[in-house]
Design a protein around this ligand. Structure first.
Ligand code: GUN
Length: 281
């Protein structure tokens, strides 16, 4: 049976360390601040936004949530972003994705001041990541690497297979694993024989959004399997990995819920503190 990569354990470790950093900043008269912008009423996004607010409360970060109507115009959204760019209490700005389909996501992200871009989704920060320069790293891949390292899973020299090529998870996860000296394979919907690829993985990251995409016959015995999927099936949350059966062959596996999702929020808190430290240096 696989060792469970318990998000509660690793997120708690990360959050305790963030809380210490917040305490130190407060001694210097600095309270880190996060603004979250939510456009529309998507229930899943509402849940995520609430969990971010709770995490801020736990570690002592000032937080503000801006809820905009589903029919908000591009101009109005970008005006609100600009106000937050100029707001001294705010160190990090998070635009909750996805946006309603009439809005241009990439353009809105490009309006966030790069030094307040807490997700690292601005083209400038994505470019810095690509060039292996210091900067804010996207929260979910950062959480995956934190978990792997804390669990003692060797990344250097491992073959990491990432399934999914999104800008939020797949692409940055592959870059960050490569930066840690893994050999990477990035698979996606046009990969002809997915199983042939996943069977090579010492570290397998599933970030597609398809329930039970990864089955036990696709996993090398002893591999570390990280499930980033969050899918609702008959009212229940499930990942992209068939947890019950894959956990019989994997060496490590992260559950859904209770895995990577918690890490994402913890790393968001860490990014807010990093931005506050940089911006007040
Ligand atoms: N939607 C799903 N994941 C994320 C994330 O990490 N950041 C933002 N802004 N939106 C998301």
């Amino acid at each position: 049976m696989a060792v469970i990569l318990d998000g509660h354990v690793y997120a708690d470790m990360a959050l305790d360390s963030v809380a210490e950093k917040v305490k130190d900043l407060k001694k210097r008269g600095i309270t880190p601040g996060l603004a979250v912008i939510l456009v529309g009423e998507d229930p899943a996004s509402q849940t995520y936004v609430r969990s971010k607010g709770r995490a801020c409360d736990r570690v002592g970060i000032y937080s503000r949530t801006l809820i905009l109507a589903a029919d908000t115009t591009q101009a109005e959204l970008e005006k609100q972003i600009d106000l937050l760019n100029r707001d001294e209490r705010i160190d990090g700005i998070l635009l909750q994705l996805p946006l309603p389909s009439h809005l241009d996501e990439q353009h809105a992200l490009s309006c966030i001041a790069p030094e307040k871009d807490v997700d690292g989704f601005h083209a400038l920060n994505a470019g810095r990541l690509m060039l292996s320069l210091d900067g804010v790293q996207p929260c979910t891949p950062k959480g995956i690497l934190f978990m792997l390292k804390q669990a003692g899973i060797k990344i250097d020299g491992a073959h990491a297979v990432v399934v999914g090529r999104s800008n939020i998870v797949g692409k940055p996860a592959a870059l960050m694993l490569m930066q840690e000296n893994a050999t990477i394979t990035l698979c996606h919907s046009h990969t002809p024989d997915l199983k042939a690829q996943t069977l090579q993985a010492d570290i397998l990251v599933a970030a597609v959004g398809k329930p039970h995409l990864i089955t036990e016959d696709m996993v090398k015995p002893g591999a570390a399997v990280v499930d980033v999927g969050i899918n609702r099936v008959n009212g229940r949350l499930v990942g992209d990995v068939d947890f019950e059966n894959v956990s019989k062959v994997a060496g490590y596996i992260s559950p859904v819920p209770g895995g990577v999702g918690l890490m994402t929020v913890a790393m968001l808190m860490d990014n807010v503190v990093s931005l506050a430290e940089t911006n007040h240096a």
